[in-house]
Design a protein around this ligand. Sequence first.
Ligand SMILES: [Zn+2]
Length: 618
Amino acid sequence: MKAHAPLHYQVDASGTHDHSYRVTLTIAQPDAAQVVSLPVWIAGSYMVREFGRHLSGLQARQGRAARAVQQLDKTTWQIDCRGASALVLQYEVYAFDTSVRTAFLSTSRGFFNNTSLCLRVHGREDQAHHLSLVGVPRGWDVATAMTPLKGARAGHHFKADDYDELVDHPFEIGPFWRGRFKAQGIEHEFVVAGAWPGFDGERLLRDSQRICEEHIRFWHGARGKAPFRKYVFMLNTVEEGYGGLEHRASTALIAARKDLPRVGDAATGDGYLTLLGLISHEYFHTWNVKRLKPVELCRIDHTKENYTELLWFFEGFTSYFDDLALVRCGLIDGPRYAKLLAKTATAVRSMPGRSVQSVAQASFDAWNKYYRQDENTPNSTISYYTKGAQVALCLDLTLRREGHGSLDAVMRRLWALGANNPDSIGITEADIARALHEVGGRSFEPELRAWVHGKGELPVEALLPTMGMVQMQEPERLSAAWGLRLNEGPVTGCVVRQVLRGSAAEAAGLCAGDELLAVQGWRVRRLDDAVQWLAQAAPGAAPGRSGRESRAGRASPAQAAPAVELLVNRDQRILQLRLQPQASTTRLPTLQWALDEARAKADPACALRRQQWWSAST
Ligand SMILES: [Zn+2]
């Protein structure tokens, strides 16, 4: 086959007022009936998003002659070409979504994924793709991990070896903050958009560097090198927001501005800790899902859902190692780490859907369940992030208790499968089972069957003493006692968000969307009021008792407790409902995990196991 000239995309970012990128795509040697399309989804975010709905005004020409454009479906077009001259396509893409999955352009900043901007030229996916940025407002910078073209105007011309690489390099443009550090010899760049004055960039760099070094050592040892030339963190800070999307040499993050570290404040608040966890999570993905990946995703189909049962491994195990890295590199201490683990355990326990779907089924269904959450989500599915992380914890503690290595070794064994091609290591569940067997010295098929494909409870609590840890149950939260989750809206007041399956709230006839007007004859306007009233009336919460006495699992005097009168507004009608405490109601306590130092002292093997578990990778 003859070599084709690179496809060339010119992206004009001057449309900051109409929030539109203008794209000119030049195909030097088009097919007679050239087909182009935009992807319907972006890798790492398992939902069909129809990026084509934001594309408009597609025009085609060869030389001065306009060519007919025929739309084949919602996202595909065909251009009838004549002769061998270059085909030039022009179109615009509306970009006003601040999430990390699509594109955004305003007078304050710009961001784009090429899945939103760059039409795929069918039949040419494997050839070189070049991208030039023009019209970048004066004073704005450009950040991306895409390889710059040599000799061109610095920082505005880039190249990718194929289409999949092109769409795996997002761009941040704007007047952002930028810092740099090296981790195990690799250059890392960190850009932050929207930070407020007093933001402690130096601390963010220092802490990120520790996380990155821990992860590189985890996969490659102290002398190893990461499998990328350069890595870029692109963080957009906003009033409220959280999320990230992983790429082969970069990540796009969104976080609350208030969670950034502040100059003069050395504490690590929960908000900043969440941000560090996000940084750690997306960076770990650079190995686990971007290179080591489900065999089904080795060649991405951009036109439809790409199903895999393995998100419990790629998202769940990543969620396990993200926080573990924080304790291993010394950013948090043991008790703080135990709290993070307990939070995940509580999240799993608070979803009745865990007995409806296995975590493998939840992975497969991510496209229309996890990514399309609604009021019924906790009842119908389980998060492959949280339960997957708990599966990882159970496997790790079991391996360590039996004295045959660790989950670290399992991950490295899987990585070694890519000795010949570390950029694309497609694995199946059988590969994971084999790696567990090789490291653990026995089959882990029973565990995988029960924990990954079963719907029962995980043996987390029973495994904690292995590491000198202990589980306690805190007093129930409102959602635990009544099965009721509330929202507070600026106009609507207190609104029911979710009603958990099998709960007292369900039995009372409460529905998502009900506006809670009064409890026991008292008007409630704010969430705090409602929570306080309902908590007072909750099963087992008689006045004068300490919360600790009203533990879940203990027989409470629920039958004796009086019903709670509620007044709700549903679709303009006022309804009176009686919330009756029920002993049979599903009880979902908040879990607390703590270090059991007495046990660790009495059992040196246990203390050693915990120390090895939390030690920095070497
Ligand atoms: Zn993830």
